[in-house]
Design a protein around this ligand. Structure first.
Ligand code: PGA
Length: 248
């Protein structure tokens, strides 16, 4: 049985002061040991959020990292910095990073390998545009994203990773994929992982759905056989996040 994992993606929201307040507000609401709970927060919020979350079930994650250990990369955050701060999860290749910051499947792959090298669990994002969905190439597109993201990743490493399927047209739009659409793609991702590796790896890997997950739709989405939780943007900034984590 795969343990569910529900991660909040705060995006570029919350000052360090607000981050501490939000962690304190959500702390009692997300206390559910049946689910891995992660708050992926802006880099500057990591340390104060970590302090505020001490002694709780909340894991603090990062929203991005660079694929080198250190050096002349002004403005970037290295995996070593994340590890030193106690970070265990990092979102890699979110569609906003791909759209606004020129991330590609190739840089996603480099970051995935680097995160794994440092023992950080990557939450690897993939997803199609509305045009791609309407063209009927969703599954082909996602399979390509997955194959490139996992290049040179071993089966043992792959088992520890998390994949987030996030249809771009459903992010921040209030337009959730239907349960069938979400399950169809998550199942296809699992098949793809089985083809790259083996059945055991496919069964071990956790696949989240993301895109307008809220307190009203989480239970149905997370009940699907291939959906192992969610990556949650907007609703992760509100007390409603507690209802998503405690969806049962
Ligand atoms: P949303 O964002 O929940 O606000 O749609 C999801 C995400 O971008 O991870």
């Amino acid at each position: 049985m795969r343990k569910k994992i529900v991660a909040g993606n705060w995006k570029m929201n919350m000052t360090p002061t607000q981050a501490v307040e939000l962690v304190n507000t959500l702390k009692p609401l997300v206390a559910n040991d049946e689910v891995d709970v992660v708050f992926c927060v802006p880099a500057i919020d990591i340390i104060p959020a970590m302090e505020a979350a001490k002694g709780t079930n909340i894991n603090i994650g990062a929203e991005n990292m660079y694929f080198e250990d250190s050096g002349a990369y002004t403005g970037e955050i290295s995996p070593k910095m994340l590890v030193d701060a106690g970070v265990k999860y990092v979102v890699i290749g979110h569609s906003e990073r791909r759209e606004y910051f020129a991330e590609t499947d190739e840089t996603v792959n480099k970051k995935v390998l680097k995160a794994l090298e440092h023992g950080i669990t990557p939450i690897i994002c993939c997803g199609e545009t509305l045009t791609q969905r309407e063209q009927g190439i969703t599954i082909d597109w996602i399979r390509q994203q997955i194959k490139i993201a996992f290049l040179n990743v071993t089966a043992d490493q792959a088992k520890t990773t998390v994949i987030a399927y996030e249809p771009i047209w459903a992010i921040g739009t209030g337009k959730t994929a239907t349960t069938e659409q979400a399950e169809e793609v998550c199942a296809a991702i699992r098949i793809c992982i089985g083809e790259i590796y083996d059945q055991a790896t496919a069964e071990a890997i956790r696949i989240q759905y993301g895109g307008s997950v809220n307190a009203g739709n989480a239970a149905e989405l997370f009940a699907q056989p291939d959906i192992d939780g969610g990556l949650v943007g907007g609703a992760s900034l509100k007390p409603d996040f507690g209802k998503i984590v405690c969806y049962k």
